[in-house]
Design a protein around this ligand. Structure first.
Ligand SMILES: [Zn+2]
Length: 275
């Protein structure tokens, strides 16, 4: 059984078939999904938790967990009210992670300084609530600029907490992967691992230790081949796991076992507790 460590289940693109979509994930062998609570703005941060409460306990669906966080582009709205909401959400047992948070210099929806300050404030809240973090980091084109700014912030605010986290939808090089592992982070691969032009990323994945990997969909975006271009959904995480298995020369079952074990270890979850 696989865990999709990152999906935006609250997307309006699932409005018409959310339960059926989750059923397809279960049928495909997905036992749990971490539903990302960023919404379109901090006002929607609670939506992932709402989905946990709506669907957990129903038969034939994956177990849902939630995160809450203020996305880099939304840090212009990271005022005291939004941060208080984040703090309250992280106190809920289903909200196991703070994210996705980080730096995005590719789209730069908020000024860089605002992004860095918003990230630091959220790291303080996540540390106080003892919640691992989900990091979104994307530089300008091929540059590592966002990563070069990210690591000092993590060093200052996060390293000493020992809580770790996940580098979500990893797309950087081995240097960034190695530094992430050294800081106690796991590196999560998404559907772009399967794309023809992603050979540099596959080369990074091929060097990963089994205790440092995660898989995810980032649904509804970034559908893996052969569904590329379609709406993504957690069932498709199987394709990414298959590609990762080939790169690491292990079976798909071994990828599933390792990523599930890693997920449970990071978030201090009991394995196989059921829905
Ligand atoms: Zn995401």
């Amino acid at each position: 059984m696989l865990i999709d460590s990152h999906a935006h289940l609250d997307s309006p693109r699932y409005a018409d078939d959310r339960e059926a979509m989750l059923g397809r994930a279960w049928e495909a062998g997905v036992e749990a999904v971490l539903s990302i609570g960023i919404g379109e703005s901090p006002a929607e941060m609670h939506q992932a938790l709402s989905l946990c409460r709506e669907f957990n306990g129903r038969l034939g669906l994956p177990r849902l967990y939630a995160s809450a966080g203020i996305y880099p582009h939304s840090t212009v709205d990271a005022d005291n009210k939004a941060l208080a909401k984040l703090d309250a959400l992280l106190a809920e047992p289903e909200v196991i992670a703070c994210g996705e948070i980080g730096l995005d210099y590719y789209h730069e929806g908020a000024p860089r300084e605002v992004q860095r300050t918003g990230l630091a404030r959220q790291l303080e809240i996540a540390a106080a609530r003892r919640r691992p973090i989900l990091i979104h980091c994307r530089g300008t084109n091929e540059s590592t600029d966002a990563w070069d700014d990210l690591f000092p912030v993590l060093d200052e605010y996060w390293g000493r907490t020992g809580l770790g986290g996940i580098m979500h939808c990893f797309g950087a090089g081995w240097e960034q992967a190695r530094r992430s592992l050294d800081m106690g982070f796991m590196v999560s691969f998404a559907g772009n691992l399967t794309y023809p032009k992603a050979q540099p990323l596959r080369d990074v994945a091929a060097r990963m230790p089994m205790d440092g990997i995660q898989v995810e969909t980032d649904a509804p975006w970034l559908a893996p081949a052969p569904q590329r271009g379609e709406r993504n959904e957690p069932a498709f995480v199987v394709q990414t796991a298959r590609t990762l298995a080939e790169l690491l020369h292990v079976s798909e079952a071994e990828i599933a076992a390792a990523t599930t074990k890693n997920f449970n270890r990071l978030f201090h979850l009991q394995p196989n507790v059921g829905n």
